[in-house]
Design a protein around this ligand. Structure first.
Ligand SMILES: Nc1ncnc2c1ncn2[C@@H]1O[C@H](COP(=O)(O)OP(=O)(O)OP(=O)(O)O)[C@@H](O)[C@H]1O
Ligand SMILES: [Mg+2]
Length: 395
């Protein structure tokens, strides 16, 4: 019998994980709270359960005798960490659940270990802390804007940049509404370039670190990435060093990591946060087009106790943008986009919507990857997505 591999979360971005696991000779068990999850039809086994219920997931995992587990959903990373430890499966690190779930705990670790990051930073969990932070910001805001965000969200949900104390209460209320753990972080805003890195670690060594330039919306929603990065070898080396230090600080020794970085005006990399998972925003697909390296396959292989082998990397310049909608709605009509494909000749393109489907603002519903020199490919991607969006009517 083929071994069973567990994937937590059954949304669209789990499909490549299922496919790669099956290609690697594994049967796939998916756990998702929604009985209609898209992955239900592709998995070998499907169980409806809340992936954040640790005992429930452990019970199911034991029943199927799983050989490993992973997720692409930030909200389930801590469960995967817990499960792999308790069942003694291949794991990303020892006791890392809390720091990868909660950005405040993560930042405390970074501070302890001297990682360059947005500092000062504060947490707000009650009225007393709200007043203390307000008093501190009176002075702090004279120096720099600040960012207010939930401490355990992803997708830039609930984030606000504040320049004046006037916007503080509203920003805290917005973040608090989206924080699952009722904890809000307030941290210095680093003015500079937004970068990302996809890391891959094996036995404590950061063996791959793909650095990209990020395109974001004015509300910090990540829209796309481009590779390779046009920075000096010294700056690239500094970024890789800081990423490796930050991963060590959190105890992430195996598997993929998604690292948000801001390069300040002096060219110093600041680590914003790390996700202990392969990134969204079409990152693994873009890295595949850029280098020929399949990070999803490598992640499944490592998490299921198999040997990871990377091909010799190519260096094709690429840019990618995701398709998202600024507002939630319902798809009324998708007009023919054949001409668009003929004109832009994308290296890869996916559209995951159909008529009458509900779409949620800023979620990913497809993507385009275009090869070519960074600036040009980047521009083509954003034009492609704009034109595609004009062909899609929402109610
Ligand atoms: N202190 C900061 N200084 C400058 N930019 C910041 C700061 N905090 C967040 N940002 C910007 O906002 C983006 C989203 O912030 P963060 O990664 O903390 O939230 P998230 O919900 O995890 O988003 P995502 O899932 O897109 O990574 C960052 O990638 C960065 O570009
Ligand atoms: Mg982030």
């Amino acid at each position: 019998m083929k071994p069973v591999f567990l994937v937590l979360g059954g949304t669209q971005n789990s499909l490549p994980v299922i496919r790669k696991a099956q290609e690697l000779g594994l049967r796939v068990l998916v756990i998702d709270p929604d009985k209609n999850a898209i992955a239900a039809r592709r998995a070998n086994y499907f169980e409806v359960e809340d992936p954040n219920c640790l005992e429930c997931v452990e019970k199911i995992a034991r029943k199927y005798n799983v050989v490993g587990s992973m997720t692409r959903n930030e909200l389930y990373v801590a469960t995967v960490c817990f499960l792999n430890e308790v069942l003694n499966l291949p794991k990303q690190g020892e006791d890392i659940g809390d720091s990868v779930r909660d950005k405040y705990v993560m930042k405390q670790a970074f501070k302890r270990d001297g990682i360059t990051m947005p500092d000062p930073f504060y947490k707000i969990e009650n009225k007393g802390e709200l007043e203390t932070v307000r008093a501190k910001l009176k002075k702090d805001l004279l120096d720099s804007p600040f960012i207010v965000k939930p401490s355990d969200q992803r997708g830039s949900i609930g984030i606000t940049k504040i320049e004046k104390l006037r916007g503080f209460d509203k920003a805290v209320a917005k973040a608090l509404k989206r924080a699952n753990n009722q904890r809000v972080i307030v941290e210095k805003f680093i003015d500079g370039e937004q970068l990302g890195a996809q890391g891959f670690s094996i036995d404590g060594e950061l063996v791959k670190c793909f650095i990209s330039r990020k395109t974001s919306s004015p509300t910090f929603v990540s829209l796309g990435h481009s590779f390779p990065i046009d920075l000096s070898p010294e700056v690239i080396w500094d970024i890789e060093e800081e990423c490796a230090k930050a991963l060590r600080s959190l105890g992430i020794i195996n598997g993929p990591s998604t690292i948000d970085i801001n390069l300040d005006k002096q060219g110093k990399p600041h680590i914003i946060e790390i996700g202990a998972r392969a990134g969204g925003t079409v990152l693994p697909e873009t890295i595949l087009a850029h280098t020929g390296i399949d990070l999803i396959k490598a992640s499944v292989a490592l998490a299921s106790g198999r040997k990871v082998e990377f091909p010799m990397p190519k260096n094709v310049p690429v840019a990618a943008h995701k398709l998202c909608f600024p507002k939630s709605g319902k798809i009324k009509n998708i007009r023919n986009y054949r001409k668009l494909i003929q004109h832009y000749k994308p290296a890869d393109f996916k559209l995951n919507i159909n008529r009458n489907m509900n779409v949620i603002a800023n979620r990913e519903y497809g993507y385009v990857i275009i090869t070519g020199n960074t600036g040009i490919a980047e521009k083509k991607c954003s034009e492609f997505i704009l034109e595609l969006r004009n062909l899609i009517e929402l109610y």
